[in-house]
Ligand binder design. Structure first.
Ligand code: NAD
Ligand code: GLY
Length: 371
């Protein structure tokens, strides 16, 4: 049911726009950020017109939000629903095949719009399915975790894991819109919320020192999910990500800085077994490692590291990798990272607070020193 009192978004004015103009077409898309957008029939209607929908979610989210979204899609529209098993360990070829098989069996056409209702796992799988369905269909991201709202729903990286490593199979495929209903965070568990906070502080470190300071100063309010702090935080992260993606959609250069902590983090996720450490937890530990190396190289002051550690501890995020992760284990796992070039592992380090760069010359002893 449409709830008119909750409609605050002017559909012609998104909160943030990802600008992706090219010679062939303007592929820019809006990010709408507000409370109760999942119930906003006006917004969904304006994005979809009369197009059919293949709605993908998981067995946790379906209990919480499927009825609400199904209701605003309307009774007259063809809608298929695919419910995946919940968890990073299911971000696999099998889940990807489940989405495609359902869409094919239900005779969807290229004009169908896929909708990803869920966190980063559902978003990445659905986006990849949309990228490859009949050689490419549109999709809309409806992120329901903090991590997905500030990061994974924006920028068009889609994909699945492989036993050989994290996100090794995928495609760049931009959504046609991101509908970010901040009220969904009310049902998100503390551990999952904290995992999103790891990606939030990343933006301050790599791109905006004032935002870093804001987060350090407002850690407790953020932890308490203060609506004002949360709204500003989500919008600022989306602005930064939209700006970076607009400048370098396919990670030929600057976009790589969004991977601060990820080279180490992906190795942790893989070695611990997908789903054991949440992505954001692994990124937190990886970000500390990258920050320690940056301090040791004299690029940033140790005060930044101290602030980062206190901040992460406030959210019960891990500040170091598991003890089983020796230098050798890291190096072996990182050889399979997507950023490896000519056999060389590439790392993201801080060049100053609010700025980062890709570096290829991190030595074994530098890694050993931050374990
Ligand atoms: P997730 O999708 O596994 O969600 C975490 C948990 O929260 C799941 O159990 C989920 O069912 C549950 N959940 C989601 N929304 C909820 C809600 N509103 N209420 C209650 N429970 C809810 O994990 P995530 O942290 O959202 O995403 C991590 C994934 O995102 C990783 O696979 C990572 O690789 C990917 N990622 C992708 C990008 C990108 O650019 N594409 C960027 C960062 C991360
Ligand atoms: N999360 C890294 C990126 O989107 O590029």
């Amino acid at each position: 049911m449409q709830r008119p009192e909750t409609i605050k978004v002017n559909v012609s004015e998104p909160s943030v726009t990802v600008s992706l103009a090219s010679e062939k077409a303007d592929r820019s898309y809006p990010i709408y950020i507000d409370k109760d957008l999942l119930s906003n029939a006006q917004l969904l209607g304006s994005l979809l017109g009369e197009r059919s929908v293949c709605l993908v979610t998981n067995d946790t989210l379906s209990e919480l939000y499927l009825d609400r979204v199904r209701a605003v899609l309307g009774a007259d529209r063809k809608v298929s629903v695919v419910i995946l098993a919940d968890g990073e360990q299911y971000k696999t070829l099998t889940a990807y095949d489940q989405v495609l098989t359902a869409a094919l069996e239900e005779r969807h056409e290229r004009s169908t719009v896929f909708i990803a209702l869920g966190g980063g796992v559902v978003g990445d799988i659905t986006g990849f399915a949309a990228a490859t369905f009949l050689r490419g269909a549109d999709f809309i991201q409806m992120p329901t975790t903090l991590l997905a709202q500030v990061d994974s729903s924006v920028g068009g990286k889609t994909g699945i894991n492989h036993a050989m490593g994290k996100n090794l199979i995928g495609a760049f495929h931009q959504p046609i819109a991101v509908v970010c209903d901040t009220a969904t965070l009310e049902t998100l568990g503390d551990r999952e919320f904290s995992a999103g906070v790891a990606e939030v502080i990343k933006y301050g470190l790599i791109a905006d020192k004032d935002f870093f300071r804001f987060l350090i100063d407002n850690a407790v309010r953020l932890k308490n999910r203060d609506p004002e702090v949360l709204a500003y935080t989500i919008a600022r992260c989306c602005e930064i990500k939209a700006d970076v993606v607009s400048r370098d959609e396919r990670e030929g250069g600057i976009r790589a800085i969004l991977n601060l902590g990820h080279t180490f983090g992906h190795a942790i996720e893989k070695e611990q077994g997908f789903g054991q450490w949440l992505h954001g937890e692994a990124v937190a530990a990886g970000m500390v490692m990258a920050t320690k190396i940056s301090v040791a190289r004299g690029s940033i002051s140790s005060d930044v590291l101290d602030d980062l550690l206190l901040f992460l501890q406030c959210f019960d995020l891990p500040c170091e990798p598991p003890s089983s992760m020796t230098v050798e284990v890291f190096l072996s796992a990182m050889q399979g990272d997507k950023k490896v070039q000519s056999g060389r592992i590439r790392y993201i380090l801080l060049s100053s607070l609010g700025d980062a760069a890709v570096v290829g010359d991190v030595s074994e002893s530098e890694i050993a020193a931050c374990l």
